[in-house]
Design a protein around this ligand. Structure first.
Ligand code: THG
Length: 367
């Protein structure tokens, strides 16, 4: 038994109380907030995500709000992806890079109005970054952390639950599109999104006093579909090939190395942060790429606490950045960030804490 005390610096989300009432047993820290990770039955939580509907406290996915006449300009300066066609009500996945072209975050950008955007971020301090760049460029825009907190419903039955609460119109929402509305008087934005490939929605709560109330509305509504608590599930996201920036990337990783090149447009304006470096990297070609690893052995193995070396013909060629037991593949799988000289089909060795393990390289996603 382990007790964690949220503080003003490591904040709880408005859903933490509800998550604890559901039997939360494990949490992590993400964006200086408490991120629930397990309710004690990882295998059951995985299958509920694959076959049913899972309810997640993902309040750690913070919003970096850009508001003001130059909000759109700042968004385009921060993101090396063409945003000129992004409509109000639309979201886009936008890798953010530094001036060297290294990926520093991979938010979903939501355009709420011509002068109002949210960058719904992964785990790094983008407020400082966005605020500093706005000031240095003399832009008229305010950067803030608004009172907005996502909860996710993921899985093949998520749409039925959300439609039951909000109406059948949600079935018509396209991927990453959203609408601002109310749930029994609680202000929210509803988006078709979420960090799994099983389908679903995120409900962005816009009043932190009402987290438990919102949680319970969806919990009650989901009973006929067997809803239960869960969290972003490593086995599912690895099977699905979703990148975790900061985990699967290091201080040198550019978007092209980790299959995110399709979200980069090289013809964005020259003042976009990192675009000069990205054009050069693209022209020269990458030195590393990301592949899947399928390891030998029929028993689940834990991942070490850090990336593990990969050897090919006795020589170090890269590293394994995560690994997990895949219940559907019945194998230990992981991501390799590895020299482009080694390609899918090759046999390698992973230097695991318990000793070397033979593995085969495959293309991602696994499933
Ligand atoms: N929801 C919200 N914010 C987030 C995440 C989220 N911020 C951090 C983190 N997750 C961002 N990372 C991702 C990564 C991938 C996807 C979503 C968020 C994703 N990718 C699809 C894919 O790779 O197939 C589709 C991308 C596309 O084609 O545009 O969905 O989960 N609020």
């Amino acid at each position: 038994m382990f007790t964690f005390f949220p503080t003003a610096r490591v904040r709880p989300s408005p859903f933490l109380e509800a998550a604890m009432a559901e039997g939360l047993v494990a949490a992590n820290v993400y964006n200086r907030m408490v991120m629930p990770t397990s309710y004690g039955d990882p295998e059951g939580e995985y299958w509920r995500l694959i076959n049913g509907v899972s309810q997640w406290d993902v309040g750690v996915e913070r919003q970096v709000q850009l508001r003001g006449p130059d909000a759109g300009r700042l968004a385009q300066i921060l993101a090396p992806r063409d945003l000129s066609t992004c409509k109000v009500g639309q979201g886009k996945y936008v890798p953010l890079c530094n001036h060297k072209g290294t990926i520093i975050n991979d938010p979903i950008l939501l355009k709420l109005a011509d002068d109002l955007f949210w960058l719904s971020i992964a785990d790094s301090d983008i407020w400082f970054w966005a605020g500093a760049i706005a000031a240095e460029r003399g832009l008229d825009v305010e950067v803030s952390d608004p009172d907005v907190h996502p909860m996710a419903l993921q899985g093949p039955k998520a749409e039925d639950v959300v439609a039951h609460v909000l109406g059948d119109w949600v079935r018509g929402l396209k991927y990453f599109w959203f609408r601002e509305t109310e749930v029994q008087g609680i202000p929210v934005a509803i988006q078709r999104s979420g960090w799994s490939k099983q389908g679903g929605f995120e409900i962005y709560l816009k009043d932190s006093r009402r987290g438990t109330e919102l949680w319970n509305i969806f919990k009650e509504a989901g009973q006929p579909w067997g809803i239960g608590p869960g969290a972003p599930a490593t086995p599912e996201r690895v099977e699905s090939g979703l990148v975790s920036v900061g985990g699967d990337t290091d201080d040198e990783t550019n978007p092209f190395e980790v299959r995110l090149g399709k979200y980069v447009n090289l013809d964005v304006p020259d003042d976009t942060v990192g675009i000069q470096a990205l054009r050069r990297i693209h022209a020269e070609g990458v030195k590393r790429h990301q592949l899947g690893l399928v390891m030998d052995g029929a028993a689940p193995m834990p991942f070490g606490t850090r990336a593990e070396d990969i050897l090919h013909n006795g020589e170090k060629v890269g590293k394994m950045t995560n690994s997990t037991w895949s219940p559907r593949m019945k194998a230990n799988i992981g991501f390799a960030l590895i020299s482009v000289s080694v390609t899918a089909g090759a046999s390698v060795q992973v230097m695991r804490p318990g000793g070397p393990v033979a593995a085969r390289l495959v293309e991602l996603p696994f499933l």
